[in-house]
Every structure is written in C-alpha cells, then in structure tokens.
Design a protein around this ligand. Structure first.
Ligand SMILES: [Zn+2]
Length: 127
C-alpha cells in the first residue's frame, strides 16, 4: 500500500503538489472566466476548474473560484472528502490571491469589451 500522499492528483495521474503547478489560461475574456488547467499537456480533462469575475463600475470584482466535479470527486476518493476539500480550498485561495495578475486581467477584459461592444458600453456603468 505505501504511505498515503496528502497531495492532490488529477484523474490523469498527474500529482499537483502546489497551487503553482496549475496552468492558468485567460481566453474567455468576454465571459470573464479564467481556466485552471492540469499541468499535464496530454491530460484528457485539461480544465480542472475556473475563476470567474465581473467588472462593476470599471472595477474588477472577483466572483468565484472552483474546481470541476471530475477533479473534486477523484480527490475525495483518494484523500477523503475533508482533507481533499481543505487542500483544494487552499489551492484556490492561493491561485486567486497570488497567481492571477488581476491588473492585467482587468486591462485585457476592458479591451475585449471595448472592441466587442464598442465604447458605448462604458457609459452603461452609470446605472
Ligand atoms: Zn490531468
């Protein structure tokens, strides 16, 4: 059996030891969603979770960070729900607070909104 590793694992087999292991991808700019990806390029799941945010009065407001069910349930079954939940919460917190470059995300989002909807959108912020 061997000792039980208290680290997360992607269902593809890749161990994820720290929040810096994930790859972050910000493509869904208009959806205001940042993807959290498995570090394994050959992973069949790829997307392990996401971070969502919104822009309010020109300010970026973080909404939610979560992992998707395949990753969550796999780790529940490996580590037990309590332990896995605790580690995953820590990972999400670190990703949100330390890894995401929010200033850059905000800039890119505003740019995407502007080029998609035109500058009129900016006036809508006064509700
Ligand atoms: Zn994977």
């Amino acid at each position: 059996m061997g000792e039980k590793k208290e680290i997360l694992q992607c269902p593809c087999g890749r161990w994820i030891e720290s929040p810096s292991d994930y790859k972050l991808m910000f493509l869904k700019k208009l959806d205001m969603e940042i993807d959290i990806l498995c570090p394994n390029d050959a992973c069949y799941l790829k997307e392990l979770g996401c971070i969502t945010f919104k822009i309010e009065n020109g300010k970026l407001v973080w909404k939610e960070a979560k992992f998707y069910p395949p990753y969550v349930t796999w780790n529940y079954s490996q580590l037990g729900k309590e332990k896995a939940e605790k580690i995953m919460r820590e990972h999400l917190k670190k990703i949100v607070t330390e890894r995401v470059e929010w200033e850059k995300v905000k800039e890119e989002t505003l740019k995407a909104i502007e080029s998609h909807y035109g500058k009129k959108e900016e006036k809508k912020k006064e509700e």
